[in-house]
Write a protein that binds this ligand. Structure first.
Ligand SMILES: Cc1cc2nc3c(=O)[nH]c(=O)nc-3n(C[C@H](O)[C@H](O)[C@H](O)COP(=O)(O)OP(=O)(O)OC[C@H]3O[C@@H](n4cnc5c(N)ncnc54)[C@H](O)[C@@H]3O)c2cc1C
Length: 344
């Protein structure tokens, strides 16, 4: 039997940011990864303190951004790689009304540090009403982050590349196959619906597609462009454009209508030829109040869940992993806004 402090089930942002808390605090753990591309791995990696439809912000946005930047530095220290791309979002305005609204909102105390008052005009792209820059926004290098952390965890022997089978979990004796554990944390994203202990948490799947495209004409490289969706370079050849939102078409195949929507969205502001190289999709675990669902099982006191990261998975996953750690290890109550208890 191998003794660990924690078993983590799931290898998306929830699982990996919680693993970071464990690494920082010298706790032993293993993380189960069934090897499927998670919603996290197909995400755009956008780190954004502003809701770009209405030009508002959200709960703890500044603290979340600051905490993420510190955490990514800490992760860089042990994996040897930087995953933060300083490429601020430029939101293309639809009309003068949006420009006026942006300027008005930029006076607001909560938004003053995020909405830049000076508008920019971007070359090549169609942006007749210019763009507004979101200060402090950035991107995560998604592929780099997952490959860097997986390599690091694999070298330490902490990554188990297997599906976790609930039927093999012995809750009475806190064992799973050859492991004994103090605590077990479930971070399965939408697959939580198969988890007999937490299948009732109110997460709703929201399918998102992105396309990777080859552009015939180069665009500004060191920014992230947003109109309907986000556009940015992933390497010398390919650009990411996405993602869509869909609560209805939940089959496990590419949806042609989502691809069509993305093509049209890109054509609106990129009036040149482009070629779709590939399409990807994932299922976001969303919650009505757009906040995570974190907590302890009502009967089994060492079973925990970390889910509901469908909105702002990177910021929420990073920030609230610390609350969860403090709850388990220090008995510090979870904020009611993110606790599983709010649904009881
Ligand atoms: C197209 C798209 C774009 C997005 N863009 C952004 C963005 O720009 N910024 C942002 O912050 N968020 C974004 N998101 C949202 C975000 O990426 C995810 O919704 C969120 O990260 C969910 O993270 P998670 O760790 O909870 O779940 P997931 O990422 O789904 O990870 C769960 C993992 O657990 C594994 N697993 C499940 N059950 C088991 C088991 N029994 N055994 C072993 N492994 C198991 C799964 O295979 C999966 O790999 C985007 C999502 C999509 C789909």
């Amino acid at each position: 039997m191998k003794n660990v402090d924690y078993i983590i089930v799931g290898d998306g942002y929830a699982g990996l940011f919680f693993a970071h808390q464990l690494i920082k605090n010298n706790k032993s753990f293993v993380i189960f990864s069934e090897g499927k591309k998670s919603a996290s791995q197909v995400s755009a990696g956008i780190i954004n303190p502003v809701v770009l439809k209405k030009f508002t912000t959200f709960w703890k946005a500044q603290e979340q951004i600051d905490f993420l930047k510190i955490s990514l530095k800490e992760i860089e220290n042990y994996t040897g790689k930087n995953y933060l791309i300083e490429a601020p979002i430029h939101r293309i305005f639809h009309d003068e009304n949006e420009q006026r609204l942006w300027l008005k909102k930029s006076e607001n105390d909560e938004l003053i540090n995020f909405l830049d008052k000076n508008f920019d005009h971007l070359n090549v792209l169609k942006n007749d009403f210019q763009t507004g820059k979101v200060n402090q926004s950035a991107r995560l290098n998604v592929n780099g982050f997952f490959s860097g952390l997986f390599d690091f965890l694999e070298n330490r022997g902490d990554l188990i590349k297997e599906k976790f089978y609930y039927s093999e979990l012995d809750t009475e004796n806190s064992t799973y196959k050859d492991f004994t554990f103090k605590n077990i944390l479930f971070c399965e994203g939408m697959a939580v619906k198969e988890n007999p202990f937490f299948s009732d948490i109110p997460v709703i799947p929201n399918k998102g597609h992105h396309i990777k495209v080859k552009l015939s004409k180069q665009i500004p490289q060191n920014i992230t462009i947003k109109k309907k969706h986000f556009l940015f370079p992933v390497n010398d050849e390919l650009y990411f454009y996405g993602g869509t939102y869909d609560r209805e078409q939940l089959h496990h195949n590419i949806d042609d209508s989502a691809v069509e929507q993305l093509k049209k969205g890109l054509e609106e502001f990129y009036p040149y030829d482009f070629e779709i190289d590939h399409v990807n999709f994932g299922f976001r675990p969303t919650v009505k109040d757009r906040r995570p669902i974190i907590g302890r099982h009502s009967k089994h006191q060492n079973l925990y869940v970390f889910n509901g990261l469908g909105a702002r998975g990177i910021l929420n996953g990073c920030y609230f992993s610390k609350n969860l750690y403090d709850f388990i290890e220090e008995n510090i109550p979870l904020p009611k806004e993110i606790s599983i208890e709010r649904f009881k």
